[in-house]
Design a protein around this ligand. Structure first.
Ligand code: BGC
Length: 771
């Protein structure tokens, strides 16, 4: 754990250059706008520890699978989020010396990510080997208003000399992915041009045998210069190198005169523009933002962020570390996904690193959806569902490849295009609970929005295909006289190839039930849509639904009658039942123990039975939940970032407030304090939504009861109060929790019914009440 980031309610502050932690700080100061994003790399050259990262949403490369022992059914490629053209580079040469913070003396250094405004800023004084000193002040942002653009203001002031300073702003497409399977580079150059103060570079992803879409990305830049705040004429020499274009600007700098270089850049992808129009559009776009100017773009950025914060901020009083933590999580989620494009999704690392390939996991449905449901327009969450609808055909093909038939669908564990990209058999073929999360998301969306029409439009088709899979994946055990599910991996990936994972069995049966109920609903509300769906998917209602009902009624659930707990899987009690405290010095076990030892142990990577109790809380009484929590919590090592939030929510519900707070700290400052020693790879974006859930569903106890919002809030002793807004069925409510009181404000134009601690409140439009 590290704590070099200064606590502050709105900013992520590095004070003094922590060169050894630079890759961590680069992750923490990542910028994004849903269309593109980048790590907090330096503009000027840096020969120290760094992980360069520029990403364009939806642009990937199908890297040929690399495995030791090929198993039938493995995917041919792993679709990777692509490290793309570096558009921030500005090389600085001072009378023959390169400005490089790894080789000069650095003082007065600060790097600040201002989350309120969405702006990254760096200030320092560098003393070069020759003794020459310069002051640098760099500011940049990825615009959330012009979301294919970014802008930089890079100001450099000589402090003790007059002399030549050369600035070389560049677009460098000679980029590789650190995680490339075969050390290949993934980009080909298509076109480059540079003229006075302006340059364009178009790259295309390399062709592969996999017949996936190729992407062209055209990056453009235009430069402006001011000296001591005044626009000046300058010479710009064109530079062309392989996969790189730049402008060289040589200036006679004077002591204490500030040279400010403005770099306006765009990143246009063939995902959003036709290939023919890419270059002309890039030119128009670049010139448009150039005309707008840095200050105007910046003002718009600040205004747009203010609007976002007004909608989804969580204000915590009396604890700066907690405040910074929650805002950091919200800020990064907002930077990653805006919900405007149903082809995009939320990769576990977002735009902050390469790990996990940048594709879509069950994380989206199980963890991220609630955040977008409650903080954004309904269409944002809807687009996340439509994304999976569009992948349905591929999910059916994926199931076919594994031997399933008749329209059964298995959604991939990891995907970009709908095709499976994961290649570890125990996960690819066996971690099938992900299919259930996709169905659960449909349920969650409808109960939160009341948009039941979604079922007839898209939802039901997905549910039928997923249910067909479950009905084929179970088998009848004549020994148990029950349906069983063999050879699975639950959410707890520290158990592989187990039989009857309680969570998966429960989820499968729930999916079948939910699909049956949804069919009945659509039949009632829109029989024509139902008939069309039946026709499209070749549904034999009588036989298929009869089988589903049988499975629902006869599913096997492992249970220990003595302890009265659900068993994570068959045979769980044969294990030596230790607690996390017994192995404190040996954690994290995934870095210290052999895999077989992990598998044989009772230790749980992330919520598994408890994930089920969180999803289906309403179907169990509180004592059942308590017994299971008391049994499994002490064995959980939380070695997945997705784990603590589920424990916060259950602990808060059970009144284990200290436990809830302890788990909350772990999730909210996971990256800021580098708890897992891996922030340098990028941030844990999907688990950030879990942090949000910890406050809203955990501390504030938000639930949906009988179609209304309900809260049972508690205030951690460390805080003086907290408040937030929730969008629910197109209404917006503000909840403020302080010691001994809860303030509820109806911010909508319609009356609102809400429950606080099981008491029903009726609020007129724009009325507030304190209870
Ligand atoms: C977790 C999975 C998760 C993946 C991506 C893994 O460590 O066990 O549940 O989907 O990370 O976040």
């Amino acid at each position: 754990m590290k704590n070099y980031i200064k606590h502050d309610p709105w900013c992520i502050i590095e004070e003094g250059f922590a060169a050894d932690y630079n890759e961590i700080t680069e992750s923490l100061t990542s910028l994004g706008n849903g269309r593109m994003g980048q790590r907090g790399n330096f503009e000027e050259r840096f020969s120290g520890k760094t992980l360069l990262g520029n990403y364009v949403a939806g642009v990937f490369y199908p890297d040929k699978t690399r495995v030791g022992w090929w198993k039938n059914g493995y995917p041919r490629y792993f679709a990777k989020v692509l490290n793309a053209c570096n558009w921030i580079g500005i090389d600085i040469d001072i009378e023959g010396e390169t400005l490089d913070l790894a080789t000069c003396e650095v003082s007065e250094y600060t790097r600040v990510l201002n989350m309120k405004e969405g702006i990254l800023e760096r200030k320092f004084v560098a003393t070069l080997a020759s003794g020459k000193q310069v002051r640098v002040h760099a500011q940049r942002f990825c615009s959330i208003v012009d979301d294919e653009a970014g802008a930089i203001r890079y100001a450099i002031t000589p402090l003790n000399f007059d002399g030549k300073i050369t600035l070389v702003p560049s677009l460098n497409g000679d980029i590789s992915n650190k995680d490339s399977n075969y050390g290949e580079k993934f980009w080909d150059e298509i076109h480059k041009e540079t003229s006075f103060g302006e340059a364009y570079l178009e790259m295309r992803t390399k062709d592969t045998p996999f017949k996936t879409e190729l992407f062209n990305v055209c990056t453009g830049m235009k430069i402006d210069l001011k000296i001591d705040g005044k626009k000046v004429d300058f010479q710009s020499l064109p530079v062309k190198e392989e996969k790189c274009v730049a402008c060289r600007i040589i200036l006679n700098a004077k002591t204490n005169e500030e040279i400010a270089l403005y770099k306006y850049a765009v990143n246009l992808a063939s995902l959003n523009h036709s290939v023919e129009e890419l270059l002309p559009n890039a030119k128009v776009y670049t010139n448009r933002i150039f005309k707008k100017g840095f200050e105007q773009m910046k003002a718009e950025q600040i205004q747009a962020w203010a609007e976002r914060w007004a909608q989804n901020d969580i204000i915590i009083e009396g604890d700066d570390a907690a405040q910074q933590g929650i805002r950091f999580n919200i800020f990064q989620l907002e930077q990653t996904y805006t919900g405007e494009d149903d082809r995009l999704n939320i990769g576990p690392k977002g735009f902050t690193g390469e790990k996990y390939g940048g594709s879509t996991y069950w994380d989206t449905e199980a963890y991220c959806l609630p955040f977008y449901l409650a903080t954004a327009d309904q269409k944002v969450a809807r687009n996340l569902l439509v994304y999976r609808y569009k992948h349905l055909q591929k999910a059916i093909e994926n199931a076919q490849m594994l031997g399933f038939k008749d329209g059964a669908a298995l959604y991939p564990m990891v995907t970009m295009t709908g095709e499976e990209c994961h290649n570890e058999w125990e996960i690819t073929f066996e971690e099938i609970h992900r299919n259930g999360a996709i169905a659960y998301a449909i349920y969650d969306y409808i109960r939160h929005t009341d948009d039941e029409a979604y079922l007839g439009e898209y939802g039901l088709e997905v549910l039928i295909a997923v249910s067909r899979f479950w009905a084929q994946r179970v088998n009848w055990s004549s020994d148990k006289q029950k349906y069983v599910m063999l050879g699975v991996t639950g959410p707890n990936e520290y158990e592989n190839n187990v039989n009857n994972n309680w969570y998966t069995n429960y989820l499968a049966a729930w999916c079948l039930r939910f699909t049956l109920e949804s069919i009945a609903k659509v039949e009632l509300q829109n029989p024509a849509a139902l008939a069309a769906i039946y026709e499209r998917v070749g549904f034999n209602a009588a036989t298929e639904t009869a089988k589903w009902s049988q499975v629902v009624e006869n599913m096997y659930y492992p249970y220990d009658a003595e302890r009265q707990v659900f068993l994570q899987q068959d045979g769980f009690l044969d294990k030596e039942l230790l607690t996390v405290e017994d192995i404190a010095a040996q954690r994290p076990i995934n870095q210290r123990w052999s895999w077989d030892r992990i598998l044989r142990s009772c230790f749980i990577k992330q919520a598994d039975v408890l994930q089920g109790l969180y999803f289906f809380e309403d179907e169990f009484d509180i004592e059942t939940i308590r017994r299971n929590f008391d049994f499994y919590e002490p064995m959980t090592v939380h070695e997945s970032s997705l784990s603590p939030c589920v424990h916060v929510i259950l602990a808060a519900m059970l009144g284990y407030n200290e436990k809830a707070y302890e788990m909350y700290l772990r999730t909210s400052r996971l990256d800021l304090d580098d708890y897992n020693n891996d922030t340098e790879d990028g941030l844990h974006i999907t688990s950030m939504a879990g942090t949000w859930m910890s406050v809203i569903k955990g501390f504030a106890g938000m639930r949906i009861k009988n179609g209304s919002l309900s809260f049972t809030p508690f205030l951690p002793t460390q805080w003086q109060g907290y408040s937030f807004r929730i969008t629910f069925k197109k209404q917006v409510v503000r909840i403020g929790v302080r010691r001994g009181e809860v303030e509820v404000e109806n911010l909508s134009n319609e009356p609102l019914q809400i429950m606080i601690n099981d008491n029903v409140l009726h609020l007129e439009a724009h009325q507030s009440q304190t209870v």
